[in-house]
Design a protein around this ligand. Sequence first.
Ligand code: ATP
Length: 430
Amino acid sequence: DVPVPGKVSTRFDLEKETELRFEVESGEAAEQVELELLTGMAEVFGSELNRNKKYTFGPGSKIAVFTWQGCSVNLYGKPEVAYVSKDTPMLLYLNTHAALEQMRKQAERDNERGPRVMVVGPTDVGKSTVCRLLLSYAVRVGRRPTLVELDVGQSGVSVPGTVSALCIERPADVEEGFSVQAPLVYHFGSTTPGTNIKLYNKLTSCLAEVFSQRCEGNRKASVGGCIINTCGWVKGSGYQALVHCASAFEVDVVLVLDHERLYNELKRDLPHFVRVVLLPKSGGVVERSKECRRDTRDEKIREYFYGFRGVTFYPFSYEVRFSDVRIYKIGAPSIPDSCLPLGMSQDDTQLKLVPVTPGRDLTYHVLSVSSAEDGEEGARKGIVESPVCGFIVVTNVDTQTQVMKVLSPAPRPLPRHTLLIMDIRFMDMK
Ligand code: ATP
């Protein structure tokens, strides 16, 4: 219990099955808060704390320190709020994990596949947190589950505007979350599925197919199963997208957080062998404003280029000639059915690649670098279904010289020359 210089310290003694919730002020000038476990055992979203180690949480962090047996902790610094709650759904979440683990054991015995779980609910009910918890508990008992991230607004894996899959091999780091190495990422291009629901469903199917293929060749991945995090849009096409996802992944379990109507609808519309379970949300989950979501998205892109906490990246800035790349937007604006060319459907327009002529309005846009082989027309077909190999941001466009300047995580040249434009923009204030 060595004091942190210049910081007030507050001690909390927690009884068993209670949690300390605290929030760190947001904003650049906000002071970080440090957490130290003094006695007993405790975990943060499923990852165990080491005793006498100081964990640092930056501006905007919202954390719960939960203890099964009781513990005491110190907080150093001035959190915006800090309180202990006895009322948490952690026991229900742990029981859910135990049930999933039973399914994995049975899968192992019967040479079947492990549980495929979809976590759904409106915004701010703690979907991502429940996914993190279940994944961390699963790896802690030796499983190798896969995280499927379908939340295009707040992706925990890659930059916003993408869907992805990540094999989880160790519990989430208390401060940084899951280690993101070699995720499989697809370009969606905007922060809500509603901008192109056909594309969204298509990419969900792509991920499901790749995951199933991996399960065929990898028994551990198959038994580990997957946890799918979804968007908070649960009405209309958003609801249809959930039903589509359930069928594409052939999910066995759907966890509905805090939404009885959604629970009833899914029970009605999904096949009877799918177990739909209603779970309460934690009272600790904090509602996030639009601005807060936007800041988190910006931060995610910044991290991609500049690194996170201890790890600093040094991105490159270089010029790319228009003639060296092909830029596309996925999805043409929809036109009335009566105006569509013969034999073409609205679906085709939403998945169509529309060439983008580089101009000043490209500035600040995030572009995905498609892994599709370079090549003309023939290769175009597979671009929508090809994963991306990285992202760049356009920082300047010179139409006179037909050159654009880009921010890139790697030095020139670009690994591929097919670029997909996102609606998302990033202004580099560094
Ligand atoms: P989205 O609407 O973006 O999909 P979500 O439903 O996935 O949101 P989370 O991202 O899991 O919600 O949680 C929202 C915030 O609440 C996060 O910052 C998370 O750290 C915090 N949080 C979750 N559970 C708790 C808790 N028990 N105590 C304190 N904070 C918590």
